[in-house]
Every structure is written in C-alpha cells, then in structure tokens.
Design a protein around this ligand. Structure first.
Ligand SMILES: Nc1ncnc2c1ncn2[C@@H]1O[C@H](COP(=O)(O)OP(=O)(O)OP(=O)(O)O)[C@@H](O)[C@H]1O
Length: 256
C-alpha cells in the first residue's frame, strides 16, 4: 500500500528562527494524525507547509494523487496545488470565518464547494446541502440564513459541512474545537469523530488539547521547538510518554 502522504525532512525557517525542522512521517489512508505541542512549537507552521499554504525551505510532501500517483506538492505547479485544495484536500480552520463566506447563506456555503467540483444541477446541490446541514445538526429551516447569524458552534459545524461535502481524501484541521465553550467543544468533537469514522477520513489535526487527539487521532506527533520529539500510537504516547516534554504535557493536563 502507498501512503496517502509521505513527508520527508521538512523544514521552514523564518530568518534565523526555526518554524519547524527535520519533520518526517507517513500518513496512511483512513488514518488520523494528531500534532500536539505548546504555543510556538511549530504546529501551525508544519500544517501550513503540508497544506501548501507556506513554502518549506527544505523537504518533500509527497501526496498520492488520484490520477498521477505520488507527487511532491512542494514542487508541483500552483494551479495544480489549487486544484488539490478544491478537490482532494480540505482545511478546517480554528476560526470559522476563515473557512466560511460570512455573507453567503448556509446552503450556499455548502453548495458552492459542490459547484467548484463541477456540480451544476440546482435541485441536487440543494438536496445535498440540506443533507449535510442535517449531518452537522443544523436545522433545515436555517438553510437560507447567513453564518454571521449563527452561534460559534453552529458556524464551526457549517465549516465542517462545507469542507466534507465533496468527500475530500485528506482533511487538515487547525484547532477545530478551539475558541468554543467546553460543552460545545465536547459535542463538536463527538460529531467530528462520528464523521471521521463513518467516512474513513484521513486527517491531520493540530491542537494543544490532548483530549482532542485522544478522541480523534490514531497516531500522535509531539512537537517542541519546531522538532518532533516523540511520535507513536496515541494511547501509547499519552499513557506511557517517553520524552520528558511529553511527560510534562500529559501531567499538566492531569493536574487540571
Ligand atoms: N510569520 C512568522 N514570522 C516569524 N516567525 C514566525 C512566524 N510564524 C511563526 N513564527 C515562529 O515560528 C515558531 C513556530 O510557530 P508556530 O506558529 O508554527 O507554532 P504553533 O505551535 O502553531 O503555535 P500556536 O499554537 O501559538 O499557534 C515560533 O517560534 C514562532 O515565533
């Protein structure tokens, strides 16, 4: 089997400062990889490099494309990368307004993604949009409302529907439950876990919240100072952390 994503020796510097360095890992189809670490450890930099939003200084990000097989997304052309962003990849941002069009109706936000991959039949687009609003627990009668009239939790659920409606093969998530009330976070996490399992999604989830990776991620990478200091199966890493920094992360959560 070919990994969906094969990352080798990835490095990004900001002048002399290290964003991330020496990052290598495989992601297999249907697998969820969690990336954890404190603020400034390089999680966002790594995610941006993987998703093609930031050009790394060194390394390869090889994605198993549908038509051409494994291709390095770092060196592929910009139009090709944009096409991946519209089709096989999805990005769930921490802040819903970064991933939604706030002035467009909820149904439009979902339907627009379908149109971007070629859907043309209005009735079918609306039916699929309705189906997805239901799947993320947004009432059908809110389909014509704009996301700015939604609560934070609803906006995040709409962003998830917009991202998943086209059946992406790889989903990048940046703190998907960050910035929400604890009770809202738990419900959203439950919903996300259900969708990930049901759709057999491959995903990379960046978070500083170990509860999020515990629930969502099969494997985990722990970052400190831009480097991966520990990696392994989520339960193994969290239950028996080997690196001092991971032990600190885990114990600081237990004390809360
Ligand atoms: N645009 C930038 N210019 C200069 N340095 C940057 C820039 N973005 C990030 N850095 C630096 O790169 C390092 C990694 O930052 P990054 O934002 O990737 O960490 P993070 O783990 O995602 O943090 P957070 O959880 O706070 O988002 C930090 O030292 C940070 O100061």
């Amino acid at each position: 089997m070919t990994p969906l994503l094969d990352v080798r020796g990835l490095e990004k510097r900001y002048g002399a400062r290290i964003g991330c360095t020496d990052v290598s890992f495989d992601l297999w189809p249907g697998e969820v990889m969690g990336i954890v670490g404190e603020s400034g450890s390089g999680k966002s930099t790594l995610l941006s490099c993987l998703a093609g939003d930031l050009a790394p200084d060194r390394g390869e990000v090889i994605f198993d494309t549908r038509d051409r097989g494994p291709v390095d997304t770092v060196t592929m052309s910009e139009p090709e990368r944009r096409m991946l962003g519209r089709t096989d990849w999805a990005f769930v941002h921490q802040t819903p307004r970064d991933g939604l069009r706030m002035g467009v109706s909820a149904g439009g936000n979902v339907g627009e993604r379908l149109m971007a991959v070629g859907a043309r039949h209005y009735g079918e687009i609306r039916t699929q949009a309705l189906d997805w609003l239901g799947r993320v627990e947004i009432a059908a009668d809110r389909i014509d409302d704009r996301p700015r009239d939604f609560s934070g939790g609803m906006q995040q659920r709409l962003q998830i529907a917009r991202n998943l409606v086209t059946g992406p093969r790889l989903v990048f998530m940046d703190e998907p439950t960050g910035g929400l009330d604890v009770s809202v976070q738990a419900r959203l996490l439950d919903l996300l876990r259900g969708l990930v399992r049901e759709m057999g999604l491959s995903a990379i989830v960046v978070t500083h919240d170990l509860a999020v990776v515990r629930l969502l991620a099969d494997r985990l990478m722990v970052m400190q100072g831009g480097r991966v200091v520990e990696a392994g199966l989520t339960d193994q890493v969290l239950d028996d952390p080997q690196h001092g920094y991971t032990q600190l992360l885990v114990s600081s959560v237990l004390q809360v």
